[in-house]
Design a protein around this ligand. Structure first.
Ligand code: PMP
Length: 397
């Protein structure tokens, strides 16, 4: 049997394209944040992770250009060898200060950060990764790598602390464990039950890693993320994150104790064998961090924008996963309605993300909407009214 048979037999995407419902890989031609141009048409963006709208901020753009002028376009080497710039070190120390941790290490993407942290720390036959079932795909990839290195993998029900305790209590107390969770879950937007999670980690001898991709710039004091949200900065061992959302750039990081960061620096193959983030990426993340520190109102505006949508769509009768982050998932129930709704929204001028099975369980198919601090009332009202009109047409409300 030919290895590529599965590729030749894969027609689902083509079938959906032929029906005109294909929502993926749409090319954005212009991007000013809340409004983007796709296929020559302006649409209101309600699906970006550009939470503070900083990809279009003049200071962020200028910082990237200035870094290109000074350092060129790429680093052509890994952090370990020829790829460390003073800019990388500056961003690491600025982030360490921001989070109040001893040290920070940058990676080239958030996805790569998980792969650089988890299998580097958890490898041994008696070591365990304990993970929420709904954790992001990059954590799953990191776990699979750890398992490949002979470590053990345990999963618990989504954000279910009773199930977490059931899992932890079965494991040998002396065995080293890494307990990993999204701080804000990327699909549903829920916040992890951190207080209980940290309590269980202590009780059962586990270290903790929070993925704060959707938390930084969104929750916590001045957008400092999940540990800060709960006042548990001292209890969370490691926080990882990304520059692809609030920081308006590309790259990832991990924050924690100096000894642990130092170990990762010298053992993490995702760091050592991959080129470092480009000068423009680092400089734009630095500029975004400065804006986040100096203008905390942006975080408040982001949450009030998302809350407005959450409240109005709930009042209109939509099935919304409740929360208080930038993500507002609108459950529609099956793949057909999901594609139909996406298409109608797009044609009416609203761009959202559509999540279908098997990416989400049957019945949880959704329009995964997310907001920015740069959305104005006119954008939000347009999104709400368009959802209401189409929700009625499809019998959802
Ligand atoms: N973690 C979570 C929870 C995410 O949602 C994402 C991106 N969608 C990542 C990690 C990966 O980040 P990056 O885009 O920097 O690879």
């Amino acid at each position: 049997m030919d290895l590529f048979k599965k590729c030749n037999d894969f027609t689902r995407a083509d079938d959906i394209k032929a029906l005109g419902f294909y929502p993926y890989f749409r090319a954005i031609e212009e991007n000013e944040g809340p409004v983007v141009q796709i296929e020559g048409k302006k649409v209101v963006m309600a699906g970006s992770n550009n939470y503070l709208g900083l990809t279009a901020h003049p200071k962020v753009k200028e910082a990237a250009l200035e870094a290109i002028r000074k350092y060129g376009t790429g680093c052509s080497g890994s952090r370990y060898l020829t790829g460390t710039l003073d800019l990388h070190i500056e961003l690491e120390s600025r982030l360490a200060k921001f989070f109040g941790t001893e040290a920070v290490l940058l990676f080239s993407t958030g996805y790569q950060s998980a792969q650089g942290i988890i299998p580097t720390l958890v490898q041994g036959k008696n070591e365990y990764v304990v993970s929420d079932k709904d954790n992001h795909a990059c954590i799953v990839a990191g776990q699979i790598m750890a398992k490949g290195l002979t470590a053990n993998l345990e999963r618990y029900k989504h954000n279910d602390m009773a199930d977490l305790e059931r899992v932890l209590s079965k494991l040998p107390i002396d065995s080293p464990k890494l307990l990993v969770s999204d701080g804000v879950f990327s699909t549903g937007g829920e916040i992890v039950h951190l207080k209980k999670l940290v309590e269980l980690a202590k009780k059962y001898n586990a270290r903790t890693l929070m993925d704060d991709a959707h938390s930084v710039g969104v929750i916590g004091k001045g957008g400092r993320g999940t540990a800060s949200e709960f006042g548990l900065e001292e209890e969370v061992d490691l926080t990882m994150g990304t520059f692809s959302k609030t920081f308006a750039s590309l790259g990832g990081f991990v924050a924690g104790k100096e000894r642990v960061i130092n170990y990762l620096k010298h053992h993490s193959s995702a760091l050592i064998f991959s080129a470092s983030p480009t000068p423009a990426s680092v400089a734009s993340a630095l500029a975004a961090l400065t804006i986040l520190e100096e203008e905390p109102w942006r975080v408040e505006k982001l949450i009030s924008n998302a809350n407005k949508i959450r409240e109005e769509l709930t009042a209109a009768g939509f099935n919304i996963i409740d929360g208080r982050t930038a993500i507002v998932p609108v459950i529609v129930g099956n793949d057909d309605i999901a594609f139909a709704m996406w298409k109608k929204l797009y044609e009416a001028g609203v761009f959202v993300n559509v999540f279908i099975s098997p990416g989400v369980p049957q019945g949880r198919q959704m329009m995964r909407t997310s907001y920015m601090s740069t959305h104005e009332d006119e954008h939000l009202d347009f999104i709400i009214n368009t959802f209401k009109k189409i929700g009625k047409e499809l019998g959802l409300i």
